[in-house]
Design a protein around this ligand. Structure first.
Ligand code: NAD
Ligand code: NAG
Ligand code: NAG
Length: 308
């Protein structure tokens, strides 16, 4: 009964011009990114439901969130370990998990999708959720290389659809790119900007163009550094030192590639390469070879550099 009344109420009030303050968030995809967003949203008082395809994956996501919270708490509550434990308990209480996206989205103000980078899979998911989520619910994709307009076209709510592009690791990185398509309403963009600020992030707005802001500028720099090394113009160590000391970057482009993961760099490049006339994103044989050998950077202990 209470549930029905709530549904009627939200349906009724959404016809009036009202601003939806995002309180309840569903995150689809409990991988690296999804877990990070869940952690930050729960830490800032949102009710979070994290959805993935199996309970085993979700168990790992919860362990990831708890591990990451422990690192935060170690710094923030260094002299008050008990307050730290209580903070962790409170945050973890705000994170529910579900293997059923359909039931999770019914009470959500915002759905953030962070699943595999595949247009058809994302469209199928949103087409299904569009029929189940309340009318006021905003949909956002965390895609880094697909067009938000293309994903939104599978729904009947293109005005309530945008991009919310976080950076890894989500708990550390302050930036969120908020992406608006020509169909995204002003109110939706504002809600997404406001939500990002409540998370403690700094949002920037970008149109739905390939790479948005950061990847559009960063990936060509990384790939040109790799090509420079491949051509023998300079050593990888010197390229990294040069960009740190000569351009003020905290990490050199080749170290950064290892940190991001060479597989991720390759797939972002291939996403950008949709524009065949753009030589900035032409592939690198050396990068392809390292990825084929499974040497993708820090996470496999070897990429351009070796890690212990
Ligand atoms: N890794 C990055 O640096 C980064 C940065 C910005 C955006 N992104 C985007 O975020 C998304 C996810 O990246 P990630 O690194 O977290 O990937 P990941 O592979 O770690 O996680 C994806 C998760 O989604 C789950 N999943 C797949 N299909 C599903 C479905 N239909 N329903 C529910 N769950 C499903 C998978 O089981 C997996 O746990 C991608 O679209 C990626 O482009 C990644
Ligand atoms: C969003 O994308 C970023 C980078 O493309 C990724 O690191 C992060 O895990 C993603 N977050 C979600 C919730 O998908
Ligand atoms: C965004 O936040 C501002 C400032 O708090 C508020 O005035 C505005 O109504 C909010 N917009 C939406 C769409 O939530």
């Amino acid at each position: 009964m209470a549930f029905v009344a709530h549904q009627l109420f939200s349906g009724f009030s959404s016809s009036a011009a009202r601003n939806v303050v995002i309180k309840s968030v569903t995150i689809i995809g409990g991988g690296q990114m999804g877990a990070g967003i869940a952690q930050v949203a729960a830490s800032t008082g949102h009710s979070v439901t994290l959805v993935d395809t199996s309970d085993d994956i979700l168990k790992k996501s919860i362990e990831t969130i708890e591990g990451s919270l422990r690192r935060v708490v170690k710094k923030k509550f260094a002299d008050k370990p008990e307050a730290g434990e209580e903070f962790i308990r409170n945050v973890m209480q705000k994170v529910l998990t579900s293997a059923d996206a359909a039931s999770a989205v019914r009470g959500s103000d915002l759905v953030v999708e962070a699943i595999a980078e595949n247009l058809k899979v994302k469209q199928d998911l949103f087409r299904r959720l569009d029929k189940l989520a309340p009318p006021h619910t905003i949909f956002a994709s965390n895609t880094s290389s697909l067009s938000i307009s293309d994903i939104a076209s599978s729904t009947n709510r293109p005005d309530k659809f945008g991009g919310l592009h976080f950076f890894n690791p989500v708990a550390m990185m302050k930036l969120v790119e908020v992406i608006g398509t020509p169909a995204t309403s002003q109110e939706t963009s504002e809600s997404l900007m406001n939500f990002s600020k409540v998370l403690g992030k700094t949002p920037v707005s970008s149109k739905d163009t390939s790479g948005f802001i950061v990847n559009r500028l960063l990936v060509p720099c990384i790939v040109e550094a790799i090509r420079m090394y491949e051509r023998g113009d300079a050593s990888k160590e010197d390229i990294d030192i040069a960009m740190k000391l000569g351009a003020g970057h905290p990490m050199g482009p080749i170290e950064l590639a290892d940190y991001i993961g060479l597989d991720t760099v390759k797939s972002i490049m291939e996403g950008e390469a949709k524009d065949p006339d753009n030589p900035l994103f032409a592939s690198s044989d050396l990068l392809n070879k390292l990825v084929a050998e499974g040497k993708v950077g820090r996470k496999t202990a070897e990429g351009f550099y070796k890690y212990k």
